[in-house]
Design a binder for this molecule. Structure first.
Ligand SMILES: [Zn+2]
Length: 123
């Protein structure tokens, strides 16, 4: 069981499904919304129970981003034409039981840090 919550606790989520694709996203949208790198994994949308006043921001025609309107925590990302939902690894209570698999959109990453963990990087 994975359980997570936003900074203030108003928004929570949980799933019994095994999270897939733990990754760190360095894209410009995640940089700005999270303040840095956004770490996430995903499960089937139907397997993710979300509660609280999550606000969804349409970041493009194809995707939306869910955050807590009280404390601003960026918790969810989902593509509108897919049936999965990504959730913030940073919001999960330990132990997560997960290991990062890769870095994505590294071509957009900030120039103020290097990625040195040896994991695969996708531009
Ligand atoms: Zn909150």
């Amino acid at each position: 069981m994975i359980k997570g919550h936003c900074l203030c606790g108003a928004c929570t989520f949980e799933t019994d499904a095994a999270p897939r694709g733990p990754s760190m996203c360095h894209c410009g949208q995640c940089r700005r919304q999270s303040g840095g790198i956004w770490s996430s994994a995903y499960v089937a949308r139907a397997a993710l129970r979300i509660s609280g006043p999550v606000k969804w921001f349409a970041s493009s025609e194809n995707a939306r981003r869910g955050f807590c309107p009280e404390c601003g925590s960026f918790l969810f990302w989902e593509a509108l034409d897919e049936d999965t939902c990504s959730f913030a690894l940073g919001a999960i209570s330990n132990p997560t039981g997960l290991r990062l698999e890769k870095h994505i959109f590294t071509g957009d990453k900030g120039d103020y840090y290097d990625i040195a963990d040896g994991l695969p990087q996708k531009e």
